[in-house]
Design a protein around this ligand. Structure first.
Ligand SMILES: [Zn+2]
Length: 209
């Protein structure tokens, strides 16, 4: 029931289909005896998320790669466990409160290694045509708040809307208008509210070279 909560429709469905397809391929490869470290394509890519790697070759879960989405309560993936401890605790508190309202908070990307961010950025350059255009969507390697363990990308519009509404109470803020899935750890927000959001990451002085 929680999975199909109102609001999570449009983006979720194609993504679910991709997940199924990719799992199918993974299972087929497994059956053929291929090594299990076959790249796990990010399933969020079709949703044009800044966390969506289409090719994770050379990266692994140790870089923060999450196959599809995982619960914020996951204890296995570095993408979750390497988040700042205070942020993770607060996120889990928020997820419990959201859960009481029937909304599940899952994550497509949390902590990332620099190699992961570099790969994302390279992919962005290919996709958007230039470094400058890519920087509107993807932080430059070495500057991403994900690398610091202070950001998560949340799956599903229901969870995103819930966090936009209530995240502040947990020190979690949306930062970019064009990234409704991206939330950062801003403990001061609990007292004084979230900062004004930027149109896109290209406007964020923290992400300049
Ligand atoms: Zn993000």
């Amino acid at each position: 029931m929680t999975k199909h909560a109102a609001g999570s429709r449009k983006r979720q469905r194609p993504r679910g289909a991709t997940v199924a397809a990719v799992l199918g391929v993974a299972i087929a490869l497994g059956a053929l005896g291929y090594a299990t470290v076959v790249s796990v394509p990010s399933l969020a890519s079709s949703a044009r998320s800044e966390s969506g790697l289409t090719d994770t070759g050379g990266l692994s879960a140790a870089d923060g790669v999450i196959p599809g989405t995982v619960s914020i309560f996951n204890e296995t993936y570095a993408g979750i466990t390497h988040l700042k401890p205070d942020m993770l605790a607060s996120l889990r508190k928020a997820a419990k409160a959201a859960g009481d309202e029937g909304i599940e908070i899952d994550v497509t990307s949390g902590w990332r290694s620099k190699a992961y961010q570099q790969k994302l950025f390279n992919q962005g350059i290919k996709e958007y045509g230039s470094e400058q255009a890519a920087a509107q969507w993807v932080a430059r390697p070495g500057t991403s708040i994900h690398e610091a363990g202070d950001a998560v990308d949340v799956s599903g519009s229901g969870a995103q809307a819930w966090l936009v509404q209530n995240g502040r109470l947990y020190g979690l803020c949306q930062m970019y208008a064009n990234e409704p899935w991206h939330f950062e750890w801003r403990p001061a927000a609990i007292e004084s509210g979230c900062p004004e959001i930027y149109t896109n990451p290209g406007q964020d002085p923290r992400l300049a070279q």
